[in-house]
Ligand binder design. Structure first.
Ligand SMILES: CC(C)(COP(=O)(O)OP(=O)(O)OC[C@H]1O[C@@H](n2cnc3c(N)ncnc32)[C@H](O)[C@@H]1OP(=O)(O)O)[C@@H](O)C(=O)NCCC(=O)NCCS
Length: 177
């Protein structure tokens, strides 16, 4: 069952958020799990995220995920160039915040936004099989597995992507449960 009245909200990212996002990379284990390029300085990362916020590449909608007190705890991506279908991604920014349900709340908020604001028909997502947190979130949100994606690496281990999707109708059903 998906918790109603989510204690997590999405909002447009602002330039000052680049500093917070770049700060998450101070933890090399986070970078490895999120597949962020290793070895960049704080300034390089801040510049990179600032550019993404100021002029995102075509097709990318990235929203900040805020928790109690408006604190930025992650972000949600809805990516793609199809009018009715986008790819969902999510990040919770500090490992100390993992395991509290924020990832699932961020995923749910992304689906609400995709099917609500963007009026999508379908949202799809991919997660590395070895990234069990992500796989569990997608399953718990009611996405059905649709296929096997490419071979990949996760935390230095060979793995492969599992592909998932959910329709607007099915998300409505999950929300009503
Ligand atoms: C994936 C990610 C968003 C999860 O965030 P989170 O806040 O820890 O997520 P949740 O607290 O909602 O937990 C998700 C699930 O992982 C489970 N989990 C917690 N610790 C775990 C562990 N060590 N191993 C496996 N699963 C674990 C939780 O029990 C939960 O499953 P459940 O709801 O069935 O019990 C976060 O780890 C992250 O940002 N990773 C880097 C980016 C990434 O991989 N994004 C996903 C790809 S789009």
């Amino acid at each position: 069952m998906i918790e109603q009245g989510l204690p997590l909200a999405l909002r447009p990212l602002e330039v000052r958020d680049a500093e917070v996002i770049a700060g998450w990379a101070a933890d090399p284990e986070f970078c490895r799990a999120a597949d962020w390029t290793p070895g960049l300085s704080f300034v390089e990362r801040r510049r990179f995220h600032q550019r993404l916020i100021e002029s995102p590449p075509p097709g990318l909608i990235r929203l900040g995920a805020t928790h109690a007190g408006g604190h930025l705890v992650g972000y949600v991506d809805l990516h793609g160039d199809q009018p009715d279908r986008r790819d969902l991604g999510f990040v919770v920014g500090e490992r100390g915040n993992w395991g509290r349900g924020l990832g699932r709340l961020a995923g749910a908020a992304g689906l609400d936004y995709g099917f609500g604001e963007l009026a999508l028909d379908e949202v799809w997502a991919e997660a590395a099989d070895a990234n069990q947190r992500s796989v569990r979130i997608l399953r718990r949100l009611g996405l059905r597995e649709t296929g096997r994606g490419v071979e990949s690496m996760f935390l230095g281990q060979p793995t492969y992507y599992r592909q998932f999707a959910i329709t607007a109708e099915d998300w409505g059903r999950v929300r009503r449960q």
